[in-house]
Structure formats: C-alpha cells, structure tokens
Design a protein around this ligand. Structure first.
Ligand SMILES: Nc1ncnc2c1ncn2[C@@H]1O[C@H](COP(=O)(O)OP(=O)(O)OP(=O)(O)O)[C@@H](O)[C@H]1O
Ligand code: SF4
Ligand SMILES: [Mg+2]
Length: 447
C-alpha cells in the first residue's frame, strides 16, 4: 500500500439519518428466502484440494451477462484526489494523492461488475465514493435520475438506503457491544422501514435469509465465526432493501472453505432480490465466478474493462495479462499445460506523482516513446471490451506500432501531427457503443 502518512482526507461520514420515507416495493422477506443452505450445511465439502473453482462448483454456476440490462449506476470521469498536507503548525496542501483519476463504468441492473487490481490502485476509494463515504473531487455518478456526486449530505439521505456496502473485515465492521438484533435492527428503526413492534420479526427474517439461526438475534458478534459474522454484515446491508451493493473484498478475510459459501449466498441474494453489485476483490478466481463483467484498475485508472470471457480469455492490456499470468489455471494444470508467468518489475509508482502518459509504463515491457508522452485513451475495441494501451493486443501479438495514432492525431512517437484531426470523441463514455474500433483494420466497425 502506498499510503502517504501526511495525506489527509475530507471524509464525509455515512449517515443513517432519520429518514421517514416509506419503504419501497422491493421487500426482502423470509417467504422470498432463497434456498440458502445453512452456513455449515449442504455446501460443505472436504477440505482437501481446496480451490475456489472447486468450492464454487458445489454451489452455483457462474453468473451470466445480460447484455440488454440497463445501467443502474453510471459513473463518468470520477475523480478522488486526497490532499497531502505539510507537517508543522500551518498545514498547507503540498500535493494530492490521485487515488481515483477519471474512471468511467456502468453497473448493469441485477448484474455485477468486478473491480480488480493491485493493492492501492483505488478500488476501495471507488466503492467509498459510490456509497458517498467520500465526496468526489470530480465526475458524476448517475443513479435513479440523481447525480450522487453532486448531492449534499441532506439530499443524499433518502438515497443512502439504496446503495449499501459490505465491508471486508467482519471482525471490525460489527460493533462488539451491540447484539445482532441491534446491529441489523437499527437501520430498520432509524429509517422507519417497519413499525417498531415488527422490527424483531423482520430481523429474524433477515437472519434466516442469510442462513443464520433467527433465534440468535440476542447474541453478540464475538459469539459467531468469521463466516457467520460476514452473514450478519450482509443481513445489515440488506435491511434497507438496497438496489446496489458495494462489496469490498467481502470474502478475503474468510477461511477458504467458507469463501464459496458466502459468495454463493451473495449470488442467491442477487438473483432473488435483483440487487446489483460492484464487487471489489483481488482474487481473480472469485471475480471470474461472480462477475460477468470485470474492470481492471491500475494507479487510479481503469486500464481494461469487458465481459468475463474476453478479460480472462483474451486480455489485451499488458497489465491484465501480467495479473492473469499469476493466477494458477486449474483447467490448464489438469491437462499438463502451464501458463507462462509474466513478472512485473519494480514497485507501483506513487499516486501523488504518477508517471506521465501511460501510468503503467514504468513496469511495462512494451513501453515506447509515445507511452511517456500521451495517455492512452480507454478505447472500445470490441462489443463489450475497452482497453487503454497504445499497443493493445493479445499476448504474443502486440502490434509493433501504436494503434491509437490516428485517433489521437499524433505520430508513432506521440508528437502532434500538424493538421491532423483527432477522432477520439466516443472514448470516455461510461458504457459501450454499438460500434467500436477494430484494431486490425483500424476502422470503426459494428456487430
Ligand atoms: N483517506 C485517505 N487519505 C489519503 N490517501 C488515501 C486515503 N484512502 C486511500 N488513500 C490512498 O489512495 C490510494 C488508493 O487506496 P485504496 O484504499 O482505494 O486502494 P485499494 O485498491 O482498495 O487497495 P487494497 O487492495 O490494499 O485495499 C492509495 O495510495 C491510498 O494510500
Ligand atoms: S500504453 Fe505503452 S506503457 Fe502503457 S500498457 Fe500500453 S504499451 Fe505498456
Ligand atoms: Mg481496498
């Protein structure tokens, strides 16, 4: 993690304020409860030869992409710069941590977008921006006709219930002095979701939905295992019938044998209640299982985004290729093959002073002069595939000359060409266009 000790952020706390808005029509009820097995029930399998793919097979098949699903959340050019203050009595701003720097993406309704990347690349900051734990430095986040980025704390109150977060660490995210009944029931009371005399019944329904014993509402968090605690955290996130759940590393603190159970529970919840997910994880196997669409972040930028098959099967960005080369491929190992590991040289540069041009260039084996001069745009190169690289190509087939010159109006070294007209108009939109740039022909093409 490249956290600067001098850095200070203006953190706007999430308020579970007194909002008297009536509950919507999206009730989660025990009657609608998915066939969730108990935490230690039918999903339990032997501990030998554990890997996520095997575990997940005992639960659900991977979720599918619905290309026609509308976007529930549309994020455009989102930025979060944390001020870095000098030490001493007069603390001046001497720089900024560019934690998130102009990212755009859409979360499809009822779908899930995975966000992956190395530690410190801005994943959690993105999640915290969407849930408005932080107020963005710039950009927009359109949700239900509102731009979450622009709303005041008061205007955000009624919308907070729609966008909830599941935290990584089930040990620190639950108040140890409160019973499970209070933890799950408090938002119900504050937001007046159900009449006071029905809070307990509702808490018990929610506990049942997440596979916990409803009679355990008066126990304290320390009386539960890690997996069970995470289920409590999920129940709490569900109390307000959210439309979007930001799950920040929801299983990485859990024992591997419990991970798949919790992921399967999240899948049950997603399909049953039509909740959309922004699923943040560093484990690429879990993301492949849970997310039909994946965005890869590097140093505050999205460098590649696309459907699961493309990202995992035909990644075009050297960084994605390096990340994936480090993942043991179960299928390949079974047939005796071995994926060549790409070593990433050097450390991740500081987000306070990121490299010019392409931020990955200091660690990229394909970097050339243009990479230092011009930032590669996030270019749509397939129906559901975007990549930010001047030399985008499949592993072993990266082109010798940059593919972006005509679009940017520059020559192969990145210098502006006199009289050239850049044609990069559709490069920054959050979603996908019906036409895209064909890397082979360098022409716009369509389905
Ligand atoms: N409140 C803050 N104030 C200043 N800098 C911050 C703050 N929060 C995060 N950062 C910096 O922003 C960058 C992105 O951090 P973030 O926590 O979003 O990364 P991440 O991708 O979630 O990493 P990890 O995988 O380790 O959780 C880091 O350089 C971090 O040091
Ligand atoms: S733009 Fe250049 S430095 Fe960046 S990933 Fe592509 S080849 Fe590497
Ligand atoms: Mg994080």
């Amino acid at each position: 993690m490249t956290q600067d000790p001098n850095a200070r952020a203006e953190i706007e706390p999430t308020e579970v304020g007194a909002n008297a808005a009536e509950t919507g029509d999206r009730q989660l009820t025990a009657e609608h409860s998915p066939e969730t097995p108990d935490a230690y029930g039918s999903h339990e399998i032997g501990i030998e030869d554990l890997d996520f793919a095997t575990l997940a097979e005992h639960g659900h098949t991977a979720t599918k992409l619905d290309p026609l699903a509308p976007a529930v959340l549309s994020v455009d050019n989102l930025k979060m710069y944390f001020p870095v203050k000098s030490s001493g009595v007069v603390r001046r701003t001497i720089g900024h941590v560019q934690a998130v720097d102009g990212i755009s993406f859409e979360v499809p309704k009822g779908g899930s977008l995975g966000l992956v990347g190395e530690s410190g690349c801005g994943k959690s900051t993105t999640g915290r921006l969407i849930t408005r734990l932080y107020k963005p430095t710039g950009g927009s986040m359109m949700f239900d006709g509102h731009d979450l980025a622009k709303l005041s704390a008061r205007e955000m109150k009624p919308l907070r219930r729609d966008v909830q977060m599941i935290f990584q660490d089930p040990y620190t995210s639950l108040n140890p002095r409160h019973t499970v009944g209070t933890i799950v029931g408090a938002p119900l009371e504050v937001h007046k979701i159900v009449p006071k005399n029905q809070v307990l019944k509702r808490v018990q329904e929610l506990l049942e939905i997440v596979g916990l014993n409803p009679e355990h509402y008066n126990r304290y968090p320390n009386e539960f295992s890690g997996g069970q605690r995470q289920r409590i955290g999920i129940a709490r996130a569900l109390t307000l019938n959210p439309k979007v759940l930001v799950a920040d590393e929801p299983v990485s603190a859990l024992d591997v044998s419990i991970q798949a159970q919790v992921v399967n529970l999240l899948q049950d919840i997603q399909s049953e209640f039509d909740v959309s997910f922004l699923f943040i994880a560093h484990d690429l196997a879990i993301v492949r299982h849970f997310c039909p669409e994946v965005a890869v972040m590097y140093l505050g930028k999205i460098v590649e985004i696309g459907d699961r098959e493309t990202i995992y099967g035909k990644p075009h960005h050297p960084y994605t290729q390096a990340l994936l080369s480090a993942v043991p491929d179960v299928k390949q190992a079974a047939v005796g093959g071995r994926r060549e590991r790409i070593r990433l040289e050097g450390d991740v540069p500081s987000p306070i002073n990121p490299p010019s041009g392409c931020r990955f260039r200091t660690r990229c084996q394909f970097a050339q002069e243009i990479c230092a001069k011009v930032e590669p745009p996030l270019l749509q190169i397939g129906q559901r595939h975007k990549v930010a690289c001047h030399f985008a190509g499949e592993l072993g087939s990266h082109p010798a000359s940059p593919v972006t010159t005509d679009l940017l109006g520059v020559d192969d070294q990145g210098s502006p060409v006199a009289g050239a007209t850049p044609t990069n108009t559709q490069l920054t939109i959050p979603g996908y266009e019906d036409t895209w740039y064909d890397l082979k022909t360098k022409q716009t093409t369509g389905a």
